[in-house]
Design a protein around this ligand. Sequence first.
Ligand code: HPA
Length: 280
Amino acid sequence: MTSSLFDQIEESAAFLRARGIDGLDGAIVLGTGLGGLTAQMEILQSIAYDDIPHFPEATVEFHSGKLLFGILEGKRVLVMQGRFHYYEGHDFASIAYGIRVFKAMGAPYVLLSGAAGTMRIDWNKGDLMLVTDHIHLLPGNPLIGNNDERLGPRFPDMSEAYNAGLNRALRAAAEEEAVDLNEGVYVSAQGPMLETAAEYRYLRNIGADAVGMSTTPEVIVANHARLPVACVVVLTDECDPDNLQAINIPELLSVAAKAEKKLIRLIKNTIQRIDAERLV
Ligand code: HPA
């Protein structure tokens, strides 16, 4: 008999606890081209996803696929370096599996990062955007199927999908670090192809400011698990439907690499400010 999802998550968490990972102050997911934060951590444990029982297998070209535990700014953090995408063929439960492990490990919050294109012509590539809300357009989600109440409620509320306390900390950190932080709505798209001009126009018209191929399944599961979540994306390309340029992936990655420096300052400052007691 295959074990339940709940049991699998508990086994993953027990494996990590046996490696001395506990007392977490926070958890972080680093997206495409945004792995550099880990160079600033005192790494206590570095574990390949493939070595963690029940963890999905990492297949991504851009990511190294590691779970890192260590000290950042005096805080005990667990970091996913590389995430799972729908376009790689992962099912939705796999895409969000790490978030459930964070919850089982007692993380008080999770900060997500990623890359996205922006439909706002008044914003520039290289800018950061705090995600204040989202439109989940992926063709499925991690909560479909039988609900295990131990993981969360059948019908989770999404009225404050992005935690207000975490967002306050991120805004204050941005101000102190003099980092411009746009705010807006993120829409998830399947990928791996980029969008057509008509699709960018459509996404703008339905109320999105930025589009990417990830994060919303993780945010859905974090809300289901009542794990406070916030998300900052690097805007890597400008998606003006009336003047659409061909995508240049090396350039997109170099924009992410440059903007990463700001993102790292923002995250380091933010984690010092978060008062976990006041998040829920
Ligand atoms: N579309 C979808 N995903 C993306 C984009 C985009 O323009 N840029 C970075 N990730």
